[in-house]
Design a protein around this ligand. Sequence first.
Ligand code: ZN
Length: 215
Amino acid sequence: MSKFRRRAGRAGFIELVLPRACAGCGVPGQLLCRQCRTLLAQPPRRIAPKADVLAPVYACGGYGGPHREVILEMKERNNRAIRPYIAAVLRAAVETLQARGEFSHRLTLVPAPTRTHSARLRGGDPITQLCTASGFPTRQAVRLASSMPDQSGLNRDDRLHNVRGNVQLVRSVPRGAEVVVVDDVITTGATLAATVDTLTYAGADVAGCVVLAAA
Ligand SMILES: [Zn+2]
């Protein structure tokens, strides 16, 4: 039996013995209660990041309540069952922005880069998995330089300086397609700023960035 199947089997067992609770608020019952679904379904709004991101940034919500909980559930607790729900939130946000004319209908999602070693520990990069699950074409085009120092403990200016120049293009971006950068949480926007710079420099037409939550 593969490692993956063993893990999935264990998750299934835990689900059988433990009562289900909402991943957004903890209320017993469904995996995501009706109230949390409604809160997660609010349309994306444009935000003004502290960093100079040279493309519009849209957030699906603030970093609190169900937005924060489902992100933690997906990333820190590696809950695979919640992924389709978050992918649906991302899909709805992108479709809303397409309907508003902010994005075209020929777009490719590019997951914002995460540290490879932390992604490997979690069994893959959750943002890439999320983009793929949303149903839009997805291209893992950028990564963080392995030599980049850790961001935690750095102030805003140091973070900006730290990440700038450390986002590397690893795959070309499709010609003629618009690119939308996706990340889970935006704090200063330093990673998005550096990612947009790298993609634009590589000739990509970056239409904007979508984040699940703005801290
Ligand atoms: Zn709930």
